[in-house]
Ligand binder design. Structure first.
Ligand SMILES: Cc1cc2nc3c(=O)[nH]c(=O)nc-3n(C[C@H](O)[C@H](O)[C@H](O)COP(=O)(O)OP(=O)(O)OC[C@H]3O[C@@H](n4cnc5c(N)ncnc54)[C@H](O)[C@@H]3O)c2cc1C
Length: 433
């Protein structure tokens, strides 16, 4: 196995802090993060508010833990090199050699010129299987003719612009007053949903010792709302007790359900390149790690690990296990986009975001409303008919979509895949505008 990386290898991948789920590491066959890779603070209690300051719900025992992605990346790279993988970093260009059948056969890889690397050198790498884990741009994906119709450009309203920063607290009394205003304690998170469009968030977590805060902001990247960096600036202006940024990062995350087809002869897509991200909040770490595990399991014993039927098994296993769940939460993403800030405010103010449902969403699980709660849910919906008109169909679509992953075709069959994808599209309904 050879890992090709454009940056210096020690700064590859996400370099900020991410909320991750221990259960997803276990499914991927990895030890969940422990300190210092896992932050001791920040997990546990999340208070959810609307932009006008109305309290929606407080989630206790939140399942998410915060991982230092730089340390997690170091651990994963050490595991990979320990298992024999070779790292080639500062790759400046990739020439993709596709054979007449459309299968990628080789890459001509230029490394450097770069400090510590020296002048540019070019090497040819031939392999049975190429894995595109290059992030949302999918640098190999676009060279596979078989994927052209399946992996369209992801639209701006299906992308999230996000920033996550650790910021020093200059004025601890100001931080205390902020927490008091929201009924929160140090170490807990205050999350505002819908500040810039229905699908948007601002989460501030003040450390227990009032030394620093984690600020996570994100909204759709279609130019109608804001951007992660602008939301971060606005947060720092509004919360004047925040000081300079200690570390952090900014990026764009695909939010749509995974592409229906994520394999082609000689090629498999993993991570953001496959849109393996949880649509309701743009989390891709755990789902990408699980994809890596499923791909390894499907291919490692095969005589030709890039054979179409072999890589299809990875695609099938991913869609069987997660395709329905992610399509269901794509319905939720579309609903929150369609509701807009005002609609999300009405939904949360009406008490329609229960603690159990919010916790399930954070845990990346679908949970239908408890039948015992139905009379009170119906009464709440009746008070906000405009919200009900979007939320009830979403819940119905989500229930149907949840099971649709299992119907992904077992064997390579592009016509059957097209029928499956058409079913998912039909159940999802129209895109919000
Ligand atoms: C601000 C922010 C906050 C986020 N918060 C969370 C969170 O709390 N929880 C969560 O689960 N997810 C979160 N995400 C999403 C998560 O970070 C991504 O889903 C995840 O990093 C995707 O991993 P990946 O390996 O697929 O792609 P990437 O992390 O994008 O890594 C791709 C790698 O490929 C390299 N590369 C690209 N092109 C080439 C090329 N031509 N040649 C060689 N190498 C190349 C890049 O340099 C990079 O190192 C967040 C994202 C952002 C931007």
């Amino acid at each position: 196995v050879v890992v090709l990386e454009r940056r210096r290898v020690d700064i590859a991948g996400a370099q900020w802090h991410n909320g991750v789920l221990p259960w997803q590491f276990e499914v991927a066959g990895l030890e969940p993060p422990v300190p210092p890779e896992r932050e001791a603070r920040g997990a546990g209690v999340t208070h959810v508010f609307t932009p006008d300051g109305t309290h929606g719900v407080t989630v206790r025992n939140a399942p998410t833990v915060r991982a230092d992605m730089a340390l997690l990346g170091n651990r994963l790279r050490a595991l990979a090199t320990g298992a024999g993988a070779e790292m080639v970093d500062r790759v400046s260009t990739l020439e993709v050699d596709v054979d007449p059948t459309g299968r990628i056969r080789a890459l001509d890889v230029t490394r450097g010129p770069a400090e510590g690397v020296g002048p540019a050198t070019t090497h040819r790498l031939e392999a049975d299987l190429f894995v595109d884990a290059s992030g949302r741009q999918g640098v190999l994906r676009r060279h596979a003719p078989a994927l052209a119709r399946w992996c369209p450009q992801v639209r701006g309203d299906e992308l999230c612009s996000a920033s996550d920063h650790h910021v020093r607290i200059d004025d601890p009394d100001g931080a205390k007053r902020f927490l008091e205003r929201y009924g929160a304690a140090p170490g807990q998170s205050v999350t505002i949903v819908g500040p810039h469009g229905g699908w948007s968030t601002r989460a501030v977590t003040v450390s227990e010792d009032l030394d620093h805060a984690a600020v996570l902001v994100g909204c759709l990247a279609d130019g109608r709302y804001s951007t992660g960096p602008r939301m971060l600036d606005a947060t720092r202006s509004e919360l004047a007790w925040l000081g300079e940024s200690l570390s952090g990062g900014t990026g764009v995350i695909p939010l749509r359900r995974p592409f229906a087809r994520i394999t082609a002869p000689g090629l498999a897509l993993v991570g953001d390149a496959a849109c393996q991200v949880f649509p309701a909040h743009g989390s891709g770490i755990g789902l990408g790690l699980i994809a890596g595990r499923l791909l390894a399991d499907a291919t490692s014993d095969a005589a030709d690990c890039g054979d179409e039927a072999t890589v299809w098994n990875y695609q099938r296993d991913y869609q069987h296990n997660y395709g329905g769940l992610l399509a269901a939460f794509d319905a939720f993403r579309r609903m929150s986009t369609a509701l807009g800030s005002a609609g999300v405010t009405r939904m949360v103010s009406a008490g329609l975001l229960s603690e159990d449902m919010t916790r399930a969403g954070l845990d990346q699980r679908w949970q239908a409303p408890d039948p015992a709660d139905l009379p009170s849910t119906i009464a709440k919906l009746a008070r906000v008919p405009g919200v009900a008109a979007k939320m009830v169909p979403m819940l119905a679509r989500g229930q149907l979509l949840r099971g649709v992953g299992a119907r992904h075709p077992d064997q390579p069959d592009v016509a059957a895949l097209a029928r499956w994808d058409a079913t998912v599209v039909r159940l999802l309904g129209p895109q919000p505008h």
